[in-house]
Design a protein around this ligand. Structure first.
Ligand SMILES: Cc1cc2nc3c(=O)[nH]c(=O)nc-3n(C[C@H](O)[C@H](O)[C@H](O)COP(=O)(O)OP(=O)(O)OC[C@H]3O[C@@H](n4cnc5c(N)ncnc54)[C@H](O)[C@@H]3O)c2cc1C
Length: 306
């Protein structure tokens, strides 16, 4: 990419030029990003954002790529992730301070150790805390926003802002965090419970996940949002007769029709084909327009329309 060498010299963390995004998504799919950067700390992040702003380089924030579909053509710009560097996790009584590069599962495990309840059903949700906050990740009755107090973000011009939970609109797999602000850290308050109560809830959630999800194959979890509380996208795709439909190495899972899995060499185009097919068939059969839960990067507008 243009400015690549300058960028490489400037970054104190890691900076990988023309880095295949297939290495950084749970799907194992995605062409190269101009640069894939893990800033070392807040100062490093600020300088990188300034540079991108001055040079007019598009910037995209990601976590661990477990809810992402990246185009085969890749991403024209800089991808920034806080994974592996923004990793501070502190628990004092019922209060938790965590930087958003922390893996959600790691944070949940530490909360369980301290007999703190509220997050244990999310033990199997992959990804970073940053991705979980942006997506308002949830599982088996809890959502990450339930026990959130506030977050620190950085704007594209390097300004730090704090939002209280009341400033952000949280909904089912939705938050109103701005796309051009990176979430850096968060504070939570949980409640105390007995180890047994927590372990029971955790065990139920883990068993439910193993029973219903095709965890042996690469995916980005549920591809579409459930259109209503009592109408699952997977149920509609199944009833539309699409379970097991293949395109190349991509498949609408036999086990869970809202998981579109990669059996090895699937590319983004294969997944896009299946997305369009599912939307078209469900729309025709049930009159319901499925909305993507998975976030997409690098695609032309309108490509996911049926
Ligand atoms: C097998 C499997 C099971 C899953 N089960 C569940 C489940 O039960 N419940 C559930 O909710 N999800 C589930 N998911 C989806 C996924 O794990 C979650 O959405 C997760 O929270 C995404 O985290 P991430 O770090 O991978 O984010 P990414 O996929 O990297 O990014 C997701 C979004 O967050 C934004 N983002 C990430 N970090 C930041 C940041 N620091 N600042 C600003 N924006 C940021 C990105 O721009 C993108 O829009 C599952 C996925 C898989 C593969």
């Amino acid at each position: 990419m243009e400015f690549g060498e300058e960028l490489e010299k400037m970054v104190n963390g890691t900076c990988l030029l023309n880095e295949p995004m297939s290495r950084h998504t749970s799907y194992g799919i995605g062409g190269p990003a101009g640069a894939y950067i893990t800033p070392r700390d807040r100062d490093d992040l600020r300088r990188i954002l300034h540079f991108a702003d001055e040079q007019n380089i598009p910037v995209f924030f990601i976590g661990s790529g477990s809810n992402l579909l990246v185009a085969d053509e890749g991403i024209n710009g800089i991808v920034i992730t806080l994974i592996k560097s923004f990793n501070k996790l502190e628990i004092k009584g019922c209060h938790i301070y965590a930087e958003t590069g922390v893996m959600l599962g790691h944070m949940v495990k530490h909360c369980i150790k301290q007999k703190l309840t509220g997050l244990e059903t999310m033990i199997g949700v992959p990804g970073t805390l940053g991705g979980a906050l942006m997506m308002n990740a949830g599982a088996f009755g809890s959502e990450i926003s339930n026990c959130l107090q506030n977050v620190d973000v950085m704007t594209l011009t390097g300004k730090i802002k704090q939002y209280s939970v009341k400033d952000i609109d949280f909904n089912y797999r939705h938050s109103s965090f701005k796309k051009d602000e990176i979430i850096m850290s968060a504070n939570f308050v949980l409640k105390k419970a007995t180890k047994q109560e927590i372990m029971n809830k955790r065990a139920k959630a883990s068993a439910g996940r193993k029973e219903t999800q095709p965890l042996r194959f690469r995916s980005a979890g549920s591809l579409f949002k459930n259109p209503k509380k009592d109408v699952a996208a997977g149920y509609l795709i199944d009833k539309a007769g699409l379970k097991g439909t293949h395109r190349g190495d991509a498949e609408i899972s036999e086990k869970h029709a809202n998981f579109f899995v990669n059996h090895g060499k699937a590319n983004a185009e294969d997944i896009v084909f299946l997305i369009r097919l599912a939307r078209k068939t469900v729309e025709k059969k049930f009159g319901i327009n499925l909305e993507l839960e998975v976030k997409t990067l690098g695609f032309k507008p309108g490509i996911f329309e049926s």
